[in-house]
Structure formats: structure tokens, C-alpha cells
Design a protein around this ligand. Structure first.
Ligand code: PAF
Length: 275
């Protein structure tokens, strides 16, 4: 494994890597969710690049960019099986004259986009840039960030990018909490309370499998359950079309049920697809 920090070096080494090339973009502080992407990318491609870059432009002014957890030594130890770990500086990705942005339209304005204005502009821009630098054959993302996956698939389709986007299942703790670098912000009590997201998603799945087709009833039941947890404050409880992310009246198979909930000051997201 080799650590590369400049775009020039990344491009040079890229030319010598055997195709197909798998790519896992990350912001570091790796957990089992990231590692499941790395494992799959490693198994499906003779070459593997993982990037670690905490992208400043996807954080709002009052968000946790400055506190975002990092442990580069630990991350690099976990990435021994990658060919390249690409760790650009912010100046490499956003040089002083940088002024071009990728806007994605409607799918980026709902849910997370509504709560975090500008977030997906930052994600879409950095991902487009990373794709141009790394030129992967396949790029791997987690279903945990369901809207991010929809946004990235949209830019790849709309801008005719020549790669496949692979989305892999959410990896969960034994009690169901979705793995996330931000779980490290939770204190003991908050960590116990955080399981309410998974419980609400399980409730949605149960109602649906019992024949409930009214999306508003499912949203309301999830809301009622979460409101019983004193540490939890809901940003949204959504039952939406999995492609457009528009809220549904009647629930269909494949609907995306998603939640954003603050546990204390820690904002967590999670989702399930109704089977
Ligand atoms: O999911 C993440 O870690 C980030 O949003 C990504 C895709 C690496 C872009 O910064």
C-alpha cells in the first residue's frame, strides 16, 4: 500500500494500475461499514484506491467540520490491502482559484438537502473531482447514506461518467445502530438512546409487512416511537420514492424509509428499503 497526497502523483500511478479499478471514497475514521466497502472493492477489482479526505465544502457553517474525528494511523493500518490510499490536502482539491460546482437539482434538495443546505453541492463536487482524478471502473458507497448514493448515481448518469456506482448494505452494531464515524460523539446515555432510530425503522418495516399502505400512518407511528425517547429530536421521518425521494402517499415495495434524528447534539441518519 502506498500513500499518495498529490493529484499529479495519483494520476501517474493510476496509469500503471491494472484495470478494473475499484475506488472507495471516505472521510476517514474508518469503521466496519467502510471496511465492508473496501473488502467488496478488493474482491471485485485487481486494483484498489481508497481516498481519505474530510471535504470542507459538504459541511455547513454550524456543522462539525472542525471536530470531525480522525485517526490516520489507525485508518492506514486498516487499509493495508489497498494499492493506493489517496490523501489530498484541501488545497489540492480546492486551490485558491477554484470556482466550479456540481449542482444536482431536486433529488439533492429534499431530506438531507433541505436540512443541510449546500451539503450535496459539496458532496457532488468533491466526488466528481475524485472520480476525474482516480478514474475508477467501480466506486463503492454505503446504503446508510441513501440520498448520497442517489445523488452520486444521478451525477454519474447525467454527466455520462464512465464508471459503475456500487451501493452496499448498511453495517450495524449488534443492537441495530448503523455504523457511522459520528457515533463516536455519543456518550453512554446517548448511545443507548440512539437505538431508537433502528427501532423506528423496524416498526415501519413491520407495519408495511402487516399490510399498511398509508405512508402518513407509517411516518406518524415512527414519530410517536421516537418522541418517547427524551434525548431524541426528529429532523425528519420520511417514506419516499427511492429514485426521486418525493414523499409518498401510498407505500410501494422498494420505498425508502429514512430518518434524521438528533440525539443530544449528535445528528444521526439511517434508512431501510421496504421489501
Ligand atoms: O460518505 C462520505 O464519507 C463522504 O460524503 C464522501 C462520499 C467521501 C464525499 O466526501
Amino acid at each position: 500500500m502506498k500513500v499518495v497526497t498529490t493529484i499529479a502523483e495519483m494520476r501517474k500511478i493510476r496509469a500503471s494500475l491494472k484495470p478494473p479499478l475499484g475506488f472507495v471514497p471516505t472521510m476517514g475514521y474508518l469503521h466496519q461499514g467502510h471496511l465492508s466497502l473496501v473488502k467488496k472493492a478488493r474482491a471485485e477489482n485487481p486494483s484498489l484506491v481508497v481516498s481519505i479526505f474530510v471535504n470542507p465544502t459538504q459541511f455547513g457553517p454550524r456543522e462539525d467540520f472542525k471536530q470531525y474525528p480522525h485517526d490516520t494511523e489507525h485508518d492506514l493500518a486498516l487499509l493495508e490491502k489497498a494499492d493506493i490510499v489517496f490523501m489530498p490536502t484541501a488545497d489540492e482539491i480546492y486551490p485558491p482559484a477554484f470556482s466550479s460546482w456540481v449542482g444536482v437539482g431536486k433529488v439533492s434538495e429534499r431530506l438531507e438537502g433541505a436540512c443541510r443546505p449546500g451539503h450535496f453541492r459539496g458532496v457532488a463536487t468533491v466526488v466528481a473531482e475524485l472520480f476525474n482524478i482516480v478514474q475508477p471502473t467501480r466506486a463503492y458507497f454505503g446504503q446508510k447514506d441513501a440520498q448520497q448514493a442517489v445523488v452520486i448515481k444521478k451525477i454519474v448518469a447525467d454527466l455520462n461518467m464512465n464508471l459503475e456506482v456500487v451501493v452496499l448494505p448498511t453495517v450495524r452494531e449488534p443492537d441495530g445502530l448503523a455504523m457511522s464515524s459520528r457515533n463516536s460523539y455519543l456518550n453512554h446515555k446517548q448511545r443507548q438512546a440512539a437505538v431508537v432510530l433502528y427501532q423506528a425503522l423496524c416498526l415501519a418495516q413491520k407495519l408495511w409487512s402487516q399490510g399498511e399502505k398509508d405512508a402518513q400512518i407509517i411516518r406518524q407511528q415512527m414519530t410517536n416511537l421516537i418522541q418517547k425517547e427524551p434525548l431524541a429530536k426528529i429532523d425528519y421521518a420520511s417514506v419516499a420514492d427511492p429514485q426521486t425521494l418525493e414523499e409518498l402517499d401510498r407505500v410501494e415495495a422498494g420505498a425508502l424509509v429514512s430518518l434524521a434524528v438528533k440525539i443530544g447534539k449528535v445528528r444521526l441518519i439511517d434508512n431501510v428499503v421496504l421489501e
